[in-house]
Write a protein that binds this ligand. Sequence first.
Ligand code: PEP
Ligand code: MN
Length: 364
Amino acid sequence: MPSDMEALRGKVEQINHQLLDLLSRRAELVGQIQTIKTREGIPTFLPEREHRMLVELVAGNPGPFSDDTIRKLFKEIFRASVELMESQSRRTLKISRAHRAADLLVRVGGQVIGADPVLIAGPCSVESEQQMEAVARFLAAQGVRFLRGGAFKPRSSPYSFQGLGERGLLILEEVARRRGLLTVTEVMDTRTVELVSQHADVLQIGSRNMYNYDLLREVGRCRRPVLLKRGLSATVDELLWSAEYIVSEGNENVIFCERGIRTYERQTRNTLDISAVPILRQKSFLPVIVDVSHAAGRKDILAPLGRAALAAGANGLMVEVHPCPHLARSDSEQQLDLEEMARFMAEVGMSASPSLAQSVRAMG
Ligand code: PEP
Ligand code: MN
């Protein structure tokens, strides 16, 4: 290689290192700015500022790069800085593992969510006292401690069954009390948070409401634990932010619920995102429950999905059970009957007593 070329290359490499050093110093300053932004509640990305800096840089461009190239190069530097600031602010979330190494144990009426796997089971909707009593009696005998059932139902069609409302809430409460069970039910509206929290042990925020920030803040102000379902097309980061809304209002007792996300796959109603389980557990100390029923939308693969969820570190499973699924007023295709539920529990290794499961099967 000619010696003059070698010398020039040496200079280029030197400049590379100077640029690297400058970029690192710039990133350090950006980090300090982000600390102030977080403290003052200023957004991370300020488009007007970015625009002004680009105009100034282009105005001072001495060449030989075109203005367009300068814009592209600096936009890339700005993008990397915003990413850095966002990852820094994620680390400072109240729900972050960085603040608390130990798992949060959510205590509900003598039960704990966040330690040994729990089962939350019950019908999609509360339909009648008789229906709820049949499920509750069976679940209590099986050792299940959490009874679910929707009284306020978020339905895709406004003409579908919308739930029994307050009457459903009272049925759920009464039946659960009789059987010594704890209740999980959805709250859809800021105006009913007070009512639902008077009658239920755990408030569920449904998928369709994961982005309803007023509702998240409202349940953040009440004392009941909150089961926060992942939005239909929400990223894990968005789910984390939604939990932060609740916790930032003072209610630390949030439980994540992975319930499948919308993908192009049509074999299942949604696609169960198993990877979300270890990622949520890694990023946050809050417990994670997996709802296999809404993920699959069918009954025949619930046990393998449940086993996969537990193997991935889930703190429990949610499953829909109905005494007569074919008569159910919502989600009839995915609800297990009592015998199928006993089998499911045995197959995921969560039977209180395998012999009890066998006897229920024999009864059927
Ligand atoms: C439910 O659990 O009753 C429900 C409606 O689920 P999701 O919000 O996950 O669709
Ligand atoms: Mn349902």
